[in-house]
Design a protein. Structure first.
Length: 157
């Protein structure tokens, strides 16, 4: 647990990974912390492992095997059906990098995705104030040299 003040009021968890497999494992652990409904912003430079982390979350929810989870860069949204504690859960993985403004964002129907049984993970969500206002937390992934990554999860209370 970090001693520094988190960027958002709430609980902060930090992990350091050494490989893509480690990042998937952290995703599996994170799935236990995420309780629907939640909208989390995934922050990190290109290639830091945002989609790799989602692979682990999807696997832990029995929503998809890691090799079935791909970046939604061009499709914008991927939807997976899973379970959490015996209850159905919808996992939505969005990438809004290519969107230019709120009008394009509105066409995604973000409001319709935010249901009581959903986890919505948004790559590049920090580009939009409306997403940041709705978010229930953030996951930031940064390079820690080589294949190592620092993953910081901040969940609002």
């Amino acid at each position: 647990m970090s001693k520094e003040a988190p960027a958002v009021e709430g609980r902060t968890h930090e992990f350091v990974t050494q490989s893509g497999a480690d990042t998937i494992e952290v995703g599996r652990k994170l799935a236990a912390l995420l309780k629907p409904p939640q909208l989390l912003v995934l922050r990190g430079d290109l290639g830091t492992g945002k989609t790799t982390l989602v692979k682990g979350i999807a696997q832990a929810l029995d929503a998809a095997d890691p090799d079935e989870v791909t970046s939604p860069t061009f499709t914008l949204i991927h939807e997976y059906d899973g379970t959490r504690e015996g209850r159905p859960v919808k996992l939505f993985h969005l990438d809004v990098y290519r969107l230019e403004g709120d009008r394009q964002l509105e066409t995604l129907g973000l409001e319709e995705l935010l249901t009581p049984d959903s986890l919505v993970l948004v790559e590049w969500g920090e580009k939009f104030k409306s997403i940041m206002k709705r978010s229930t937390g953030e996951i930031t992934i940064s390079s820690a040299g080589g294949d190592a990554r620092k993953i910081t999860v901040t969940l609002k209370d």
